[in-house]
Design a protein around this ligand. Sequence first.
Ligand code: 3PG
Length: 221
Amino acid sequence: MKLVMSKEIQDEIAKEGILAVLEIDDEKNAVPLAKALLEGGVKIIELALRTKAAYSSISLIAKEVPQMYIGIGTIIESGQAAMIKNTDGVRFAVSPGINPEIVKEAIAADLPFAPGVATPSEIDLAITLGCRTLKFFPAEGMGGLSYLKSVNGPYNHLGVKYIPLGGITVDNLASYAEFSPVLAVGGSWMATKEMIKAQNWAEITKRAKEAKEIWNSVRHG
Ligand code: 3PG
């Protein structure tokens, strides 16, 4: 079975380790935001398709900040996978939950895709559909790392990898990084909607840097 996310993309995400989840309300903030994250060493984003400015922001970042590795979040509607696949600069996509129809659309579009899972049944379904890279969401809401460790038990031998998202901050990031099935970790705390709106680029760079330092010290220290 062809895997929904290739080893190459998985390796690229794992190499960086930190993903900034972004909700952009105004496209004029897209480029300075991407630059602020890059300055802090964060090169992967999950840009959520939750605002009107999302598509134009993707195009602007792809054009002006080509070093940014663009992932798209909130793929929850039919047709979005194909549309995203044809958007310049997009490398992969994720969804908060697992909808088999959406996963099949991602496969048909050849879009590297990590569906969201939170329970053993959802992990089973994801595996059946050919997914081995999964968004674990909402990570903290489900019980955090200790829950992830127990739920992963029966699947560990299959080499399933997780991207925990939801409630991650600078305070719990290190413990997730210590668990090897975690491919990467991320969240919106590095660049919240409020910080983006206030154009607080210095704070975003600071938080990105802090996150990368923690990840690197656990994984490469
Ligand atoms: C996501 O879309 O991945 C989540 O909203 C991220 O969760 P957080 O806002 O708690 O970081």
